[in-house]
Each structure stands twice: as C-alpha cells, then as structure tokens.
Design a protein around this ligand. Structure first.
Ligand code: ADE
Length: 357
C-alpha cells in the first residue's frame, strides 16, 4: 500500500511527539503520578500472570541470544490488568526504550509515520486500544511490522514519486480490551497473542501489600485480603481502593489498616463484598426490574442508566460476566440466577411478582 505524504509529515515529527507525547522509561520513573510510582519495573516485582510471564521470559532470553528484537506482541483482556505495565517490564528486561501511545492519538497518517520514523533499533512501540486504529494507520503498519519499511508516495498526480523508507527493527506491543474487533490481517502480524487473566485474591493481596509498602501505609494480611476480595480481580482497582481505605483509616482510626477497618471503609464506599459498585448493581437491578431479567440490548441498558455503551462494555461487564452474575446472549444481556442471589432476590419470586403486572 502506498501512503500519500506531504513534506509536513516528516517536518512535524518532533512537534507531533510533543502533542501526542510518547513516553520513554525515564518519564515513567517514580513521582510522575500514582500509577507510575507503584508500577513494577521487572518480572520479579510484577505479581500474577505467571503463565504469560514464563512465556515472555523465554522469548526475551531467546531474542537476546539471537541479538534480535522481540516478535510483535498483542495483549488483550479487561482494563486494569497490567497490559501497559507489562510492556514497560518487557522493555526494561530487554534493556530498550519504549514509546507509548494509543490508537486514538494516531488519527492522521503523519501521526503513525512520525512515531515509526522516530524509533531507534530494537525499541518497543506500545499502542494501547489498538482495535481503534483506523484503516489507513493499519495499512501503514503492515509493511512496517512485517518487513520494517514504509511505502510512501510524495507529490501529486503526474509528479508522484514512490519512496520506500527503511525503518529500524522494532517491536510493536499492542493492547486491546476487544481482541475480536481487531482486523484479521493486523492480528495475524503478531507473533505472540496473549490474554491477561483476572487476578486471584491471593495475588491481589500481594499487590496491595507491595503498594502499601511503597506508599508507607500500614496494613496487616487480613486487611490486604479484605481489600483484595472487593477488587474485582483487578490490580488497578486494588491500588485505588487501598488509597481510599488508607484515607478512612487515617481519619477515623490511627491510620493502620486491618480487616475490620477495610470492610467498614469499603461498605461506606458502597463497594459490596463482591466488589460491585452502585453502577454494577444498578445495571443488574435495571435488567431485573424493567426487563424481567433480560435479555435486553446493551444500548437500551446504557440509555436507561445514562452511561455510555463503551463504559458498560469495557469496565462493568467483563467482571460481571466472569463472576457469572450476567450472561451475554445473542438477544442481549441477561441476569443469571447468581446475579439474582447476589442482590438478595429470589428469581422465582421476582418472576411471579412481575407476571402480576
Ligand atoms: N501494580 C499493578 N499491577 C501490579 C502487578 N501485576 N504486580 C505488582 N504491582 C502491581
């Protein structure tokens, strides 16, 4: 495929980098913000995803022995499970720089061309939400990923010139919450495709203890476990909750977190013992009370709750589905018997109640 480029595509590379900041590891160093402060940097400090870590360690060692860049990698799974963190760990373990961007920032051809041309040999390019890449950007990526070149056409009609621009060998790490929305040709160009799994309560307890140590928060094992149980299998949520619980412990008690204080604080935040918040519970209640438990389309649910479809699909649903509280059917979403039980409702009683009206 040829890409029509004008001279500005090249001139603007530096400016584009400033506008759509690509991030080098040094920018990810502590104190930039909370998430970056607690982000693990090596496999030793990265908790969970053990099957994936084992595969990656082998792949990295082999790439180092061959003195070649890593194969392109695609990580998929619900948000907050550590896709970006893992990309940073891989860069650190490979001893290379990483440039971080996301598909919505690569709207124009010059955006993706600029980033590709700024890469140094062996570097990692991380593209978040890669399923949102537009067709043109995707087609620019194909030869870049496969054979490390850009095919560009400059000038207009009669004076058109084709230019094949070589690129340094790089590794693309793509991340997506929706692997199914990736086009076949793009998916086929990744050497390793891996799903990130929800974390167990034990793994989340370890994440919480590690974060507490970094932030100088005192917490005992039961306290960490109590937060872990309500963190929906997601480290990002666990790390968010520990801060809230720590605030509560400091204001109401002496700052030290145990299970009693953790549970009390999470109750106050209306996060139930499954980790569901009010939006999750409202979603289940709406389907039960207004649509006889479903099935009902996601657009209808989103409109009734005043939420957008993407938030429901990407943030609320993955855990509700995984926990077996919600079911996805060809005709829409349905609350499962476990979903009824979780809300303290009896499915038979609810159904007969509804049939009275
Ligand atoms: N913080 C967020 N994700 C983490 C992980 N997987 N391991 C350790 N700390 C984390």
């Amino acid at each position: 495929m040829s890409i029509i480029a004008d001279d500005n595509d090249f001139k603007n590379t530096t400016i584009r980098e400033k506008k759509n900041p690509v991030t080098k590891p040094e920018i990810l160093e502590p104190d930039k913000n909370f998430e970056n402060t607690i982000r693990p940097k090596t496999f030793d400090t990265y908790i969970g995803q053990s099957a994936l870590k084992d595969t990656l360690k082998i792949t990295i060692e082999a790439a180092k022995k061959r003195e070649l860049p890593l194969d392109h990698l695609l990580f998929y799974g619900p948000p907050g499970l550590g896709k970006t963190t893992l990309a940073g760990v891989i860069a650190q373990e490979m001893g290379v720089d990483i440039k971080i961007t996301s598909a919505p920032a690569l709207e124009r051809p010059r955006d993706i061309i600029g980033i590709l041309m700024s890469l140094q040999g062996g570097e990692i390019l991380f593209i978040d939400e890669i399923h949102r890449l537009n067709k043109v950007a995707e087609e620019i990526l194909y030869p870049a990923m496969e054979d490390f070149y850009l095919d560009m056409t400059t000038g207009k009609s009669q004076t058109v010139k084709t230019l094949r621009v070589p690129l340094p060998k790089f590794t693309l790490i793509g991340a997506t919450t929706k692997a199914g929305e990736l086009s076949g040709p793009l998916r086929d160009r990744f050497g390793i495709i891996h799903r990130l799994e929800f974390y167990t309560h034990d793994e989340l307890s370890q994440v919480i203890k590690r974060t507490a140590e970094i932030l100088n928060i005192e917490i005992d094992s039961d306290g960490a476990y109590a937060i872990a149980k309500r963190s929906r299998g997601t480290p990002r949520i666990a790390n968010r909750l520990i801060k809230r619980v720590s605030d509560y412990a400091l204001v109401k008690y002496n700052g030290k977190i145990n299970s009693k204080i953790a549970n009390e604080s999470l109750d106050t935040l209306q996060i139930d013992n499954f980790g569901l918040d009010t939006t999750d519970r409202n979603l289940l209640k709406l389907i039960i009370e207004k649509y006889d438990g479903g099935p009902v389309g996601i657009e209808t649910i989103a409109a009734a709750l005043g939420e957008d479809v993407r938030t429901l699909e990407d943030v609320c649903e993955p855990f509700l589905l995984q926990a077996g509280l919600l079911q996805r059917t060809p005709r829409g979403r349905k609350v499962s018997p476990a979903g009824y039980r979780h809300l303290g409702l009896n499915i038979q009683a609810e159904m007969s109640q509804q049939s009275l009206f």
